[in-house]
Design a protein around this ligand. Structure first.
Ligand code: SAH
Length: 388
């Protein structure tokens, strides 16, 4: 079925015109039969042109669920006394990192609940150095360890991490207040995103999609927020209820199919608007649909984060319910993903960092770029792409 407003927006996209907020809202609201497919196809074309038909893997190690925060949606919040806490040993983390390197993953992600104490900060610094050493500098390191001081961000960057993922969760300040305790303010989180950029990281952020009370306008504003913050990479996924959280009481019934569609539309519209950023097809998509991550790739995402955490810890790292792959070890995960990706006719960027082209474009506009470009030797980008 055709909708003249949508057709106008699509031809704007084809002519490289700049979409405005009302265009984004229109695209995010589209629900007519056939339009979702058209939207995803357009986004896929833009992805293919800007970042290629290639998926990059980041092996994620969810090494601890000990958390000092109390976010109302999250299963590992500190007040969830049902959550069995764990903290992997350095040796276990390094074994997982070695596995990633030996299996030609270009990068890993270290993620955990949030801690700011100095033993934790020192430990991460040492781990980054060791991971760089064991892989002869080859493994790229992304951190996803929450809000930290500028000094801590700089220390971790100097120890070898070069990307950082810190989701804003929602750019609507009222909604933000509804889902976080008063001590977790939004200004602080935005300040952290700026500190990360100043420290030299490729900066990633994202939101939860389908939060109770969130409108298409809010999601459009989230995309405009990514643009304003000059974000390099996006990790966003559907909000999924966790029963042992305060939001489970207020969220009401949420339809899984609708959540999935909203999330896919958000990926597609973000790709159409921001074009050359990295976008992850997150595991939460697969919690809603066994083919969720492939659908994410077909809607414009280009990054997958296979879980390489030892299976014995996975059940305890439940941010939300129905988390997939709880009992599949890293090897099974890898071959299953390989098959799925081949099936949709994409290749995997093994042995490459697969950095965000947007980051290099941003950096090339600055005078002092030598160090950053030398760090990008393993980007997997061809030079003409960087120059473009
Ligand atoms: N502590 C780190 C990273 C761990 S949480 C940090 O704060 O950045 C990683 C992400 O999981 C969060 O940013 C949030 O967006 C997502 N998450 C948490 N609970 C969720 C839920 N119930 N549904 C969907 N995503 C959730």
């Amino acid at each position: 079925m055709s909708n003249p407003d949508m057709d106008k927006i699509f031809s704007k996209i084809d002519n490289r015109g700049k979409l405005d907020r009302s265009d984004l809202v229109e695209l995010l609201q589209s629900n007519l039969p056939g339009q979702m497919e058209k939207l995803c196809r357009k986004a896929y074309d833009v992805k293919s042109a800007e970042v290629g038909k290639r998926v990059y893997f980041r092996g994620i190690i969810e090494f601890s669920n000990i958390c000092s925060r109390d976010c109302y949606y999250c299963g590992i919040r500190k007040s969830n006394f049902h959550s069995k806490r764990f903290n992997m040993s350095d040796e276990e983390i390094l074994t997982a990192a070695t596995w990633a390197w030996e299996n030609h993953y270009g990068s890993i992600v270290l993620q955990s609940g949030e801690r700011n104490d100095s033993p934790f900060v020192d430990r991460i610094t040492a781990l980054c150095r060791k991971i760089k050493d064991l892989s002869h500098g080859e493994l790229g390191i992304t951190l996803s360890l929450g809000e930290q001081s500028p000094k801590t961000y700089r220390r971790w960057f100097d120890a070898g991490a070069h990307r950082y993922l810190l989701r804003i969760e929602t750019s609507n300040s009222h909604l933000y207040k509804n889902i976080h305790p008063a001590e977790s303010g939004m200004e602080q989180r935005i300040a952290c995103l700026n500190h990360l950029r100043d420290a030299g990281y490729q900066v990633g952020t994202g939101v939860m999609i389908g939060l109770p009370g969130q409108s298409a306008g809010d999601l459009a504003d989230d995309i405009l927020f990514y643009e304003k913050q000059d974000i390099d990479m996006i990790g966003m996924g559907p909000y999924i209820v966790h029963n042992q959280t305060p939001m489970a009481q207020t969220a009401g019934e949420i339809d899984a199919g609708e959540q999935l569609n909203k999330a896919l539309k958000m990926i597609a519209v973000t790709r159409l608007y921001l074009r050359n950023v990295n976008i992850a097809a997150t595991t939460a998509l697969q919690a809603l649909d066994p083919l969720g991550r492939e659908k994410g790739l077909l809607a414009g995402a280009n990054i997958i984060m296979p879980n390489i955490t030892d299976t014995k810890y996975r059940a305890a790292y439940q941010l939300y319910e129905n988390k997939p792959c709880l009992d599949e070890n890293s090897g099974i995960c890898r071959s299953c993903l390989e098959k799925r990706i081949k099936k949709i006719d994409e290749s995997i960027g093994y042995n490459q960092w697969g950095d965000s082209p947007h980051f290099y474009q941003r950096k090339l506009e600055l005078p002092d770029q030598d160090d950053l470009l030398s760090r990008g030797d393993r980007t997997g980008l061809n030079k003409s792409k960087i120059d473009a």
